[in-house]
Write a protein that binds this ligand. Structure first.
Ligand code: HEC
Ligand code: HEC
Length: 242
């Protein structure tokens, strides 16, 4: 029913043209975090069911307002028609292939709780350590490929929420915050108060990106390929209540 409505509304706009525009906008505004849809640092969008966007209305709302309390930002400088185009593109991504992950969830959980020692630092459903982020809903926040990257190369795959930048402008001002988005023309920084600021690259004197070393060890050598696959399957299954 929903898909039917979507197709009807799309055919009014011209489906192919709208999707092309949606793709262009997606690459500009979303790919920085979501990659091609299933290989980004943020939530997997190649799924017929989006947890936060069960309805069209909800999807448009998320793109317009972001997801409060998460790294999913509100849209900046996107018109209602831009938001509709990008939403159509997201739905098309969702229809392209279901996300299925190989691996054994139960074995992954055992490794996680046991010899890999993940639970010593991470909390899941209220149990575990507090030296790393809570992973209770990591399966809806991150795509499988990037979860794997987090485990084998924690230093190189620090998620957007830990990527920081200090920007100095030619006029002598300094801005700092979480690096929300960046392209050839400008940089978006989110300050501690949650406000997002756009800085034109033409006015920038220097950008210092603050990657701090992770305290999380790399498991590239301590877990086998099969074990890694199982741990990723377990993480991807974590979709509990916040
Ligand atoms: C700064 C990184 C970032 C950018 C840019 C970004 N997102 Fe997100 N997005 C996230 C994160 C992180 C989540 C997961 C939030 C959570 O559940 O905690 C998310 C979640 C979502 C969801 C919900 C997925 C689900 O399963 O419910 C949708 C839909 C989405 N984003 C679409 C978009 C679109 C469309 C754009 C571009 C207009 C965009 N995002 C830009 C980081 C980002
Ligand atoms: C010594 C503590 C420690 C151990 C042990 C540890 N982690 Fe982490 N982990 C962290 C910290 C701290 C971060 C935050 C980002 C960073 O600094 O890399 C993190 C980040 C992550 C992330 C990204 C979280 C997000 O919000 O995107 C995942 C996924 C993850 N760890 C999974 C694991 C798994 C699976 C294991 C076991 C195989 C593990 N961690 C073991 C400390 C740890």
């Amino acid at each position: 029913m929903r898909i039917l409505l979507l197709l009807v509304s799309l055919s009014c706009l011209g489906l192919a043209q709208d999707l092309r525009e949606g793709e262009r906008l997606y690459k500009f505004h979303c790919a920085f975090c979501h990659g091609k849809g299933d290989d980004g640092m943020a939530a997997n969008l190649v799924s017929p069911q989006l947890v936060h966007a069960p309805t069209e209305e909800a999807l448009l709302g998320i793109i317009r307002n972001g997801i409060p309390g998460s790294d999913m930002p509100a849209s900046l400088g996107m018109s209602d028609s831009d938001i509709r185009s990008v939403a159509a593109y997201v739905r098309a991504l969702g229809r392209s292939a279901p996300a299925s992950v190989p691996g054994d969830v139960a074995r992954g959980r055992e490794l996680y709780m046991g010899k890999a020692g993940c639970a010593g630092c991470h909390m899941v459903a209220g149990k575990g350590g507090i030296n790393g982020p809570d992973l209770s809903t990591i399966g809806i926040e991150r795509a499988p490929a990037s979860l794997r990257a987090s485990i084998v190369a924690p230093d190189e795959s620090i998620p957007p929420r830990w990527m920081r930048a200090v920007v100095k402008t030619k006029s002598g001002t300094t801005a700092s915050g979480v690096l929300v988005n960046e392209d050839n023309f400008g940089i978006f920084l989110r300050a501690g108060n949650g406000r997002v600021q756009y800085i034109d690259k033409a006015s920038v004197a220097s950008i210092e990106r603050g990657y701090t070393r992770s305290i999380m060890p790399s498991y590239a050598k301590t877990l086998s390929e099969a074990e890694l696959t199982d741990v990723v399957a377990f993480l991807f299954s974590l979709r509990g209540e916040r």
